[in-house]
Design a protein around this ligand. Structure first.
Ligand code: COA
Length: 441
């Protein structure tokens, strides 16, 4: 467990990926956010995610947002626009909350895109393998990302370790049955809400395994306060203050009007952050009872959202669970020792790795205090000696169980791992708090 700042990402590119891309006549370079190559890199990201060309203002704002990221591009000098990358990736050093309330340094990856003209030639593979090796070489025990498609990243050793829930609530069917707190609600200006989001996120992120440090590029995301934000003025912001006047929660939302009926608007929650149960109840009640609103839509909520126990008609809420926070274990001892465990015991882990970064045999010894030691097995560490048996698994399944989002027992029943005593291993890996992540990055 550590709260220290994690090491910075290197500028040099991964040599194996550079050589693989060079064989195909492609360049592979890091790009400085303040330099001349940035604009072509950014245009490529925008095009890759089906967005439009960036204006001068948007490029300038994006330079600031990307200042703390490591940006890498693949370039095809034989094309008519050699300055626009044909492949992009970004990464930065972040922190991941783990069971027990500690954090572990993790390399966050984003902006993975390949030009449609250059797809399915191995460019994404070179970018992902290169970034994963770079993050491992920088000494970060994990890599992490959020994804457009579930099928893309298992081949590089990633698995979803925290799911997210999309809620669609028919507010006409709902009566509030939750607490009605004493504090007050006020509309606040978007810049004040932005500052509240940043500080509340920082104060609450260690409570939930799977949460991350708010990326600097996201400070203005929920309040539309970016200099180049298009529809920021549509965002409404409400703060909850406790009896002492302290801001304990913030809600930001937009209203999507109904095509024909003004009383049937949809409130889309951009973010709802609460530091106290009172703030949580007051802000959810507020959004469910908005006049001229018949539907509330909120995504990236937790699988065990208390809200579902605060309304009288459970079927008024449609709940859709999606895979969300993907992890990739790079340093097994450092990653496993960073979290706490629910029960004492010893388990022998036999880990395989498609990229051969984290493969090996490890003995996890969880103590009565919840802490753990991870050691190399000795001759005495047979499955019989480890009281919770042995598990044969790939680094993908290790990532899946890491935050407690799924148990070894479930993965054994699914045929994804082989465990001699999956029930005991599950008791060790269990976590009281369901892992969750409330943002895309
Ligand atoms: C997804 C994307 C980055 C893939 O780039 P690419 O260069 O065509 O991928 P590669 O040729 O390197 O393929 C690597 C592997 O992924 C597989 N793959 C690529 N795209 C896939 C897809 N959409 N679904 C499933 N598998 C896919 C390939 O079959 C290949 O498998 P293998 O090496 O195990 O045989 C690209 O299609 C893209 O930019 N999509 C739009 C933006 C996006 O969704 N980015 C991901 C953000 S999380």
């Amino acid at each position: 467990m550590t709260d220290e700042l994690s090491p910075s990402m290197p500028v040099a590119v991964d040599e194996a990926s550079r050589a693989a891309l060079a064989q195909r006549g492609l360049g592979y370079r890091t790009v400085a956010a303040e330099g001349p190559a940035f604009e072509g890199w950014l245009h490529a990201v925008s095009r890759g995610f089906q967005d439009g060309e960036r204006s001068t203002d948007q490029v300038a704002a994006a330079r600031a947002r990307n200042a703390e990221r490591r940006l890498t591009g693949v370039f095809d000098d034989s094309g008519p626009m050699p300055e626009v990358a044909v492949g992009t990736i970004a990464s930065w050093s972040s922190e991941l909350t783990v069971p027990g309330g500690g954090t572990v340094p993790a390399g966050a990856i984003s902006a993975v895109s390949v030009a449609q003209t250059h797809r399915r030639r191995g460019i994404a593979r070179a970018l992902l393998e290169g970034e994963v090796r770079t993050i491992a070489a920088a000494g970060l025990p994990l890599a992490m990302l959020t994804v457009t498609e579930s099928t893309l990243y298992g081949r590089y050793g990633f698995a979803s370790a925290a799911s997210a829930v999309t809620l669609d609530i028919d507010t006409r069917r709902v009566r509030w049955t939750g607490p009605v707190p004493d504090g007050r609600l006020d509309f606040v200006e978007r810049t004040a809400a932005r500052d509240a989001v940043v500080s509340l996120h920082e104060r609450t992120r260690r409570r939930t395994p799977g949460e991350v440090a708010l990326p600097p590029s996201h400070r203005d995301r929920f309040t539309g306060t970016d200099p180049d934000a298009k529809d920021g003025g549509d965002i409404r912001c409400v703060a909850y203050r406790d009896a002492g006047g302290e801001v304990r929660g913030i809600l930001t939302y937009t209203i999507v009007p109904h095509a024909h009926d003004i009383v049937q608007g949809t409130a889309k929650v951009t973010i709802l952050l609460a530091e106290t149960d009172d703030a949580y109840a007051a802000l959810w009640r507020f959004v469910l009872e908005l006049d001229l609103v018949a539907h509330v839509h909120a995504d990236l909520r937790s699988v065990d959202e208390p809200l579902l126990w605060m309304i009288d008609d459970r079927r008024a809420a449609s709940v859709r669970v999606v895979d969300h926070q993907y992890l990739r274990v790079l340093d097994v001892p450092a990653a496993l020792a960073a979290r706490t465990y629910a029960a004492p015991g010893r388990v022998l882990l036999r880990v395989t790795d498609p990229l051969d970064i984290a493969a090996g045999e490890y003995v996890l010894t969880a103590g009565v205090d919840g802490g753990a030691r991870v050691t190399a097995p000795t001759a005495a560490d047979t499955p019989d000696v480890a009281d919770a048996g042995s598990i044969e698994l790939s680094v993908v399944e290790l990532a899946a169980v890491y935050l407690g989002g799924v148990s070894p027992e479930t993965l054994a029943r699914a045929g994804r791992i082989r465990a001699t005593d999956a029930a005991s291993a599950s008791r060790i890996f269990a976590t009281p708090t369901v892992p969750s992540l409330g943002l895309w990055y």
